[in-house]
Design a binder for this molecule. Structure first.
Ligand SMILES: NC(=O)c1ccc[n+]([C@@H]2O[C@H](COP(=O)([O-])OP(=O)(O)OC[C@H]3O[C@@H](n4cnc5c(N)ncnc54)[C@H](O)[C@@H]3O)[C@@H](O)[C@H]2O)c1
Length: 188
């Protein structure tokens, strides 16, 4: 399958790209390298360096015509989202729609896998762990944009969607301490 991994040079996206490549899929990693590293992208995947909000990204996605969009590109900083909510919404909500609409226009899109959020969307939890049916009460612009993005890709006319909510506990093997990606346990 043709699989687009946005944020494919980042922590989770690069691991997913590794797995998709290993399973024989045709993978494009789209990333602006604002925090991701080109060296983390699997050598058998094609890296497109572009901002998810851009016309260049749109053109690259349209040309690739992915069957699956695995959307992991994001403005990840909750504090920055509070300082600059417009930037957060622009990257996290508008960027998502820019990519998904280009993929839809490509004509082959069958599935969107969206990296949502658990903690940032649920707010103060009533039960632990929160079930998928837990009420969402986002307390930050980051959480709001994730909630809006989730609604956007799961609206009735949307392409089949899967969501990953929650924390990630993994680390990419690294060759030097300076490029170490620590295990992430933050509530994002
Ligand atoms: N890591 C966690 O614990 C966690 C928890 C919940 C949700 N998530 C979600 O999972 C996704 C991936 O998280 P991660 O930990 O791999 O983060 P990460 O920061 O390692 O990866 C994000 C990637 O997106 C890229 N990016 C940022 N802005 C971009 C833009 N405008 N255009 C193109 N690329 C852009 C960055 O360069 C980076 O490579 C995010 O959507 C995040 O919100 C992560």
């Amino acid at each position: 399958m043709r699989i687009l991994v946005t944020g494919g040079a980042g922590f989770i996206g690069s691991h997913l790209a590794d797995r998709f490549v290993a399973d024989g899929h045709d993978v494009v990693a789209l990333d602006d390298l604002s925090s991701g590293k080109a060296g983390q992208v699997n050598a058998r995947a094609r890296l497109v360096v572009a901002d998810v909000r851009s016309k260049a990204a749109r053109a690259a996605v349209l040309a690739f015509a992915p069957e699956v969009v695995c959307h992991h590109a994001a403005q990840m900083d909750v504090r920055r989202s509070v300082v600059d909510p417009a930037f957060d919404a622009d990257v996290n909500l508008v960027g998502l729609n820019n990519v998904v609409e280009a993929a839809r226009q490509g004509g082959a899109l069958a599935h969107v896998l969206f990296a949502s959020s658990g903690g940032a969307m649920y707010g103060e939890q009533e039960t632990y762990p929160a079930p998928e049916s837990h009420p969402t009460r986002p307390e930050s612009p980051y959480g709001l944009a994730k909630a809006a993005s989730t609604a956007s890709v799961t609206r009735p006319c949307a392409t089949a969607t899967s969501m990953a909510r929650g924390r990630t506990h993994m680390a990419r093997p690294v060759s030097s301490p300076s490029s170490a990606r620590a295990s992430s346990t933050a509530r994002r």
